[in-house]
Design a protein around this ligand. Sequence first.
Ligand code: GDP
Length: 334
Amino acid sequence: MGNYKPRKRLEANQYIDGVLKGDRVLLSRAITIVESNLASDKVLAKEIIQSILPSSGNSLRIGITGVPGVGKSTFIEVFGKHLIEQGHKVAILSIDPSSQRSKGSILGDKTRMEELANREEAYIRPSASGDTLGGVANKTGETMLLCEAAGYDIILIETVGVGQSETAVHGMTDFFLLLMLSGAGDELQGIKKGIMEMADMLVINKADGDNIQKSQIAKRQYENALHIFPQSASGWTPVVTTASALKNIGIPEVWDKMMEFKKLVHGNGYFEKNRREQQIQWMYNNIHEDLKQLFYGSDHIAEHLDILEKDIIEDKISPVKAAEKIIEEFKSSL
Ligand code: GDP
């Protein structure tokens, strides 16, 4: 960070009013503050989030995952347009801990979702950058609240199906959609069983041309595979469908299923219960990140860590003893 000076900030109220009015420029600037690591911005971000909180939450939060190339951006483009046609406002966020804007991330490609990006009813924000998944996820969670307060009633959170980020997305969404391909075993697609188990819906994409028959076979295979998982706490039985994002086939059906899900979980109380549990988990995620920041952000601790690293290399201290020593040092500095 060094001597980096942020762009001039407005008063908290200006961001809050702007977000609540649905002003996209102020929404973007508020998100930038939420994503910032500057201490002064963190204070401002907390004030903004606290004020908009009562206006947030009124949305359906949908997680979308699948390996690179499965067709996520193509799908989100047509799905997003379908939602807009139904009168919704859609915010598209992504979690990609590998993202560093300057280097360009997997999800940060500007040509993605071009049509949707030009629609007034859609708001697209690439992944926050950060060193830890927890940090990135917390920022995306707050960005989601800001988007809801700005009037977006459908939130799509996209992630690449190659790491731990699916669990983070599942932990902050109401419905989890997994995009798959036919003709490839799940090992090939890098989709772990645990991820399939989280899915409320599997959509086999690219069911077009020569792929139609293979997609039908894959659909049955996945339906069988899903049967072996225990009944989900929501009371919902996961569904498998086929679609072609490219040819815009099967997209309204995906939305219809989500509406069915929504009706079920609102009726049986799971929606509210799940959101409450997610909030508790979110508190712990914030505690973990804040503690890490408190510890590793301290110059005093950093100096001691340098010394301990050398001592370990020179066999002067064991790693376990070194850890104990630095924690003692930290406790006495509080
Ligand atoms: P992402 O990496 O998951 O976001 O995937 P993209 O949306 O960028 O799609 C990867 C490639 O698959 C692109 O060349 C798309 O045109 C193509 N693609 C996406 N959806 C379909 C589909 O439904 N059918 C076919 N045939 N190709 C598709």
